[in-house]
Design a protein around this ligand. Sequence first.
Ligand code: BGC
Length: 559
Amino acid sequence: MTSLTVLSEPITARDADWWRQATVYQIYPRSFADASGDGIGDLAGIVSRIPYLRELGVDAVWLSPFYPSALADGGYDVDDYRDVDPRIGTLEEFDEMVAALHGAGIRLVVDIVPNHSSDRHEWFRAALAAPKGSPERERYIFRDGKGENGELPPADWEAAFGGLAWEPVGDGQWYLHTFAPEQPDFNWDSREVRDDFLETLRFWSDRGVDGFRVDVANLLVKDLSEPLPSAAELRAFDEAAGEHPLASRDEVHEIYAEWRELFDRYDPPRTAVAEAWVPTARQRARFASPSSLGQAFSFDLLEADFDAAQFRDIIDDNLAESRASGASSTWVFSNHDVTRHATRYGLPPRAGSTTKQGTEWVAQGGPEEQLDRELGERRARAATMLQLALPGSAYLYQGEELGLHEVADIAPDERQDPAFFRGLNATKDGLGRDGCRVPLPWASDGPSFGFGPARPHLPQPEWFGASSVEAQAGDPSSTLSLYREALALRRELQSDETLEWLEEISAGDVLAFSRPNGWVSVTNFGSAPVDLPDGEVLLSSSPLEGGRLPGAATAWIRS
Ligand code: BGC
């Protein structure tokens, strides 16, 4: 085992490729650390935890929305794209945070939400106050309702969180909202909308932001020619062929070509990563191309079972895809939208399922009473060590370094996720996304486990104390210590983006590959211990058993 080295230096270098193999840590700001004492995490809280991020060893932070918002969708309902939510901080504090992160050698990627604003955005208020056919309404998607007085929706489309995707405004017109009614969709055919977003990207880039995470990047452009299709007709369109009127249309790349042109005017160029749940690898690669956003999230591993064959195929496909697109690969197991991976991996298959665990529980919480916590954590640690050995960017979600499980026991009246309230819960039998957004436990006890002086905005469970940073920091066998050691080693060992499978070991439940510098990673997806290849064992996600790698574990070896 190696000792912990913190290698980060203040950011001065203009390294244009910094993102290619970066470890990016997602902060969901309202749940990270609360310095002001209002129960909501804030920018000052983030700054106070920069030593923690530095010791963890991440290269960049991805900050989920911090803009003014009524929080109808956890901040993805933005009132003003060029300001900070006063509950979270000020623009001045934002600048201080950028300087402090950069001073600690950590880059900053911010979330940008271009598909929709909030219904409190000044443009949407103006649209409501203006008459039908006005330029104010042109910035959003308004249509006449059906029926004598427009009392029926223009179409019966369903919103992503459940319920109807059209909302009446009282004068016979309705507006489109792909997500909650508080999130009206912009009209991206409008030059004004396009120019305003370019202005926003400039605003944050000028403030020193290093990159952008682009929310639902594949949904912006829509073909709304009349007659609008019905919901049933919509389902029949082939999204994979780019034929769906509302999603994954090729024309969306015209927007990102303009963004890229702007990003490339900076030194180093600003980076961007697309969140685009598209049906084909070819479509994902277009977002990742250097003439578009430059990188795109792959959720393939996130949706897979803990299974050697599935992992191998996904890794091969993703590496081939990035070789073709010129981007680097992205690897993700958890984020603010899905059930934490420690929990997914500890749940049994759903009745009648053909997969072991994984996809079905990704957005649904899962049945708490069937959860094998210990197995889930073991597998999660193994999966993360495999992830961190892969070439490309590793995206980590706050709290996974503590091995946190999903919090299932949140009372309905304390929940916040619109997906829970708007029918998605009813149709999918799930708990929504609040369980992965519970404020982090920093201390072993105290009323908010060190999150801040006040009662946190989502309730924390009793077991958070034992998972806290304080409880884990001094324990060499903890998940936090494993992440710290793994990230330090990753920095030390990482070089080019090549990977070679070790075919003589990769069989059945075992996956082994080597990277340059003699770095070998072996994962045992099964339950029986297996032999390790010769070499110095650098780190192991679970203790070796008589020199052998136990089930649900990964070891790194220097050959
Ligand atoms: C974000 C979600 C959000 C949705 C609408 C997503 O993909 O990650 O948290 O609810 O976009 O903005």
